[in-house]
Design a protein around this ligand. Structure first.
Ligand code: BV8
Length: 228
């Protein structure tokens, strides 16, 4: 039975109203990535970074999973083989659509982390720089998010799943951010079939053997329907 590994990016949550990063009015056109998504930016101005993630956490709470998230959860339930979902997204829309064991390689808005003692706990709606860590009491709390220059989470598990996969599918990602953007090349090197489902060709489009373009809420359910 085929093991399908799916990598999702901001494009799968775009139609749920959550901003993407690099589209015309994307997040990186409103905020300076260096200021809000790097450890250096957090050290310089933790209040600005907490504001950035507090706003996105609030948006996420108001957003609803869309038909593409639902289709992937259905695929996980109905497909005879295994379906691994790896996401670059920090929202919880995959889980709220019913997906299981989602690997959040860039962390989660719903998670809080203590920069001093590595304690993790469910993030409050609003985080602030002077809130003490529930474990070590120092005011060094940060969103449990992987910033630029930091090691993405669960890379071991991801490469193990990739090595076992028969099909690698990238959905709603521009192929700009590594190491995620490199997964398609790893898949090709291992002779794994590759498919891109995106609004338009990504920066790594040429590496995919197959592709379908259009909004995720149309392209993903149609692809899942065909598979099942
Ligand atoms: C690391 C934080 C190393 C959370 C993010 C080569 C190898 C390794 C690293 C590097 C390398 N070259 C450069 C690097 C460094 C860097 C990097 O890749 N920089 C880029 C910009 C050049 N990578 C890193 O720093 C990574 N860490 O490499 O560590 C290391 C090694 C050892 C020890 C220590 C460290 C960490 C990267 C993670 C950074 N954090 N986010 C947050 O704030 O969200 S990245 C950020 O970009 C988000 O996580 C986001 O998910 C991710 C990728 O963006 P996309 O999801 O693709 O979103 P984007 O807007 O770009 O594209 C949207 C797509 O959707 C488009 O294609 C669009 O067409 C499509 N779309 C739009 N609407 C729809 C749609 N599709 C379908 N339907 C629609 N309706």
């Amino acid at each position: 039975m085929t093991h399908i590994l799916i990598l999702t990016g901001a494009g799968i949550s775009a139609e749920s109203g959550l901003g993407t990063f690099r589209d015309k009015d994307g997040l990186w056109t409103q905020y300076d990535l260096e200021e809000v998504a790097t450890p250096e930016g957090f050290a310089r101005n933790p209040a600005l970074v907490h504001d950035f993630y507090n706003a996105r956490r609030a948006n996420c709470l108001e957003a609803q999973p869309n038909a593409a998230h639902a289709a992937l959860a259905r695929l996980q339930r109905a497909h005879k083989g295994h379906v691994t979902i790896v996401t670059q997204n920090v929202d919880d829309l995959h889980e709220r659509a019913g997906a299981k064991d989602v690997i959040h390689m860039h962390g989660e808005l719903q998670g809080a982390l203590c920069a001093a003692c590595d304690h993790r706990w469910p993030a409050p709606r609003v985080m602030s720089p002077d809130a003490p860590c529930p474990s070590c009491d120092t005011p060094s709390t940060r969103p449990d998010i992987v910033w630029f220059g930091e090691m993405p989470y669960r890379m071991e598990d991801i490469y193990t799943a990739l090595g076992d996969a028969d099909l690698f599918v990238a959905i709603g990602t521009s192929g700009n951010v590594y190491p995620a953007a490199g997964f398609v090349m790893e898949a090709r090197a291992m002779g794994i079939a590759t498919l891109e489902l995106n609004l338009e060709p990504s920066d790594t489009a040429s590496a995919f053997e197959d592709a379908r373009f259009g909004p995720a809420t149309q392209v993903v359910p149609a692809w899942v329907e065909e598979l099942l």
